[in-house]
Design a protein around this ligand. Structure first.
Ligand SMILES: [Zn+2]
Length: 384
């Protein structure tokens, strides 16, 4: 690796694919050449004679490495955690962001035992609760003593290479009678560290009250959840508070999860023009074997809901990279940058999808990852 021993100009050439890189305004049939682990050329008709290895990707889609900003990978320590490499390497995800599995008290374990030995790029939101999401059955913010904004901010400041923001879950099951107090504490920590908050919404806490507290660039996750207070009013109209938050620059993320994606809410909201900024999975032990499975399957559901292929790729590459404020290095396919690429196939057929209310819908297209390239390493994804 590093210095080349051949006279070839390029190490890898992806030939005859369609490149979709919304970050660069690209959606065209062009070749991509990689040299010394970097994207060296993106243009039509690159000569295979110049490449050590040419891979035909005719009929396939070449996109920036997929970014999933809501997942749970603190395996072995939390009830939610799935192993990152097997989940990501089979599905084209090259950056996965753990959404609050670790709190400040358990963060060094997350760094040393999860991030360090894993090949997939892992970043995280640090939970406002010091214990993070170690034990699913009991809410992590039923007791406000678990939140220490000073310790959270200090941990973020010392670990900016990995931590992208503060996570808080604002459902009744997580906060009990504490209302939006956990969110206020999360914002306090976030302000001290200068990072965004990712706020989970669910039944049991007033959504307008939550939305009023959210700041520009903070993230609402589970935006199409359908239990209790959703973004729709009783007549199915998107509530003014949600439009106002969006206007203010709050980012809305899908965070599909095991209980947080209602097909009906998504459909009604999208018909009114309320489209999420980011599509993420909230992958965890309770949904990896369905209904979520993986990010390409989640994206396929949004193709069925009417988004274009370019739109879903944008919402799983550059948009999540912006949400975590890493869009200078992640979510792009840019000449001179380290190669971070996913190659996708778009299958035609009849595919059954499920939301988290056991509603089944049939799509006629399904995305599947074929392989990823991380600098010079090609990883085949297992297709089913
Ligand atoms: Zn989650």
């Amino acid at each position: 690796m590093g210095t080349k021993i051949t006279s070839m100009e390029y190490d890898i050439l992806l030939k005859d694919g369609t490149v979709i890189a919304p970050s660069e305004g690209l959606n065209d049939q062009v070749d991509v050449a990689i040299a010394n682990g970097q994207v060296a050329a993106v243009s039509k008709n690159i000569d295979p004679q110049k490449a050590e290895r040419t891979i035909s990707v005719s009929g396939k889609y070449v996109v920036p490495g997929l970014v999933d900003i809501h997942a749970h990978v603190y395996v072995g320590v939390t009830t939610w955690g799935v192993a990152a490499d097997p989940a990501c390497q089979t599905t084209g995800v090259t950056t996965i962001v753990d959404a609050g599995s670790s709190g400040w008290a358990t963060f060094s374990g997350f760094r040393n035992y999860i991030v360090q030995p894993t090949q997939t790029r892992i970043l995280c939101y640090l939970h406002i609760s010091g214990i993070g999401l170690v034990y699913g059955p009991v809410g992590e913010m039923l007791d406000l003593r678990y939140a220490d904004p000073g310790k959270v901010a200090d941990t973020i400041i010392k670990n900016r290479d990995l931590i992208v923001g503060v996570k808080v879950r604002q459902g009744g099951a997580q906060v009990g009678d504490n209302g939006v107090e956990p969110l206020k504490l999360a914002i306090e920590a976030a302000e001290r560290a200068g990072v965004p908050v990712m706020c989970h919404i669910g039944a049991g806490v007033s959504l307008p009250e939550i939305l009023k507290l959210m700041r520009p660039r903070d993230v609402i996750t589970h935006c199409f959840q359908g239990r209790g207070d959703s973004i729709l009013d009783e007549k199915g109209r998107v509530i003014p508070d949600a439009w106002a938050a969006r206007q203010d620059g709050v980012i809305f993320d899908v965070g599909h999860g095991g209980g947080s994606f209602s097909y009906d809410v998504a459909k009604q909201a999208m018909e009114q023009g309320f489209i999420s900024d980011v599509i993420s999975t909230d992958l965890h032990t309770g949904n990896i074997n369905g209904p979520v499975y993986n990010l390409p399957t989640t994206l396929s559901k949004f193709l069925h809901l009417g988004l274009s292929l370019e739109e879903v790729i944008e919402k799983a590459t550059i948009q999540p990279a912006k949400a975590i404020q890493r869009d200078d290095e992640i979510g792009r396919l840019k000449i001179g940058s380290p190669a971070d690429i996913t190659v996708l196939d778009l299958l035609d057929g009849e595919f059954e999808f499920f939301d988290t209310h056991r509603k089944m819908f049939v799509g006629n297209q399904k995305l599947e990852a074929i392989f990823t390239i991380n600098q010079q390493t090609i990883t085949e994804c297992v297709t089913t």
